[in-house]
Write a protein that binds this ligand. Sequence first.
Ligand SMILES: Cc1cc2nc3c(=O)[nH]c(=O)nc-3n(C[C@H](O)[C@H](O)[C@H](O)COP(=O)(O)O)c2cc1C
Length: 186
Amino acid sequence: MNTLDAMLTRTSQGKLGFPAPGPEVLNKAFACALRAPDHRVLRPWRYLVIEGEGLQKLGELLVAASLAETADLTPEVIDRLQKMPFRAPMIVVAITVYKDDPKAPPEEQLLSMGAAVQNFLLALHDQGFASMWRSGSITGNPHLKKGLGVAAHESIAGFVYVGTASAEPRKITPLSVADFVSAWQG
Ligand SMILES: Cc1cc2nc3c(=O)[nH]c(=O)nc-3n(C[C@H](O)[C@H](O)[C@H](O)COP(=O)(O)O)c2cc1C
């Protein structure tokens, strides 16, 4: 698949099953993520890969972290949180690692993280795998951050659910470029 086709055909896939990508495919996708534009070469990114038993533990952490914020969650909500990570065989947590720099403020570092995640999604797509970038309000939860080892100078950019598409890709309705682009001549 060429780059343009990858960008034009990638869609998020909520229904993800086995197999997850193996080490070779995953390494290639991370190598692409590491090619994101990066003002001042700060490398403001790191990733956690969660699979197998880790998904169960992530579910337990989501429950504990949510209960720490809201003690009266219903059993249905607790059950949903516990099962959430099992929506894919693999989850990659993208973490922005903010660095002190006089010329690249935190916003630029977050933009770099966004570009890195997009590279990652495209590289998975190119190699025949599907994904969905999710966040939800939980990403800022301090108990979740602590449980995942996310430090004070870091933030969770998202949970990338990764696997094999188990449903047809969503039909893409192309947007009109003219609605978003205009010439400026001063
Ligand atoms: C930072 C970020 C966080 C997101 N979080 C969620 C989320 O929690 N739940 C969700 O349904 N979609 C979320 N999305 C949107 C999906 O990843 C996806 O982009 C959207 O459903 C459009 O689908 P497409 O990628 O096929 O165009 C998020 C996107 C971004 C960029």
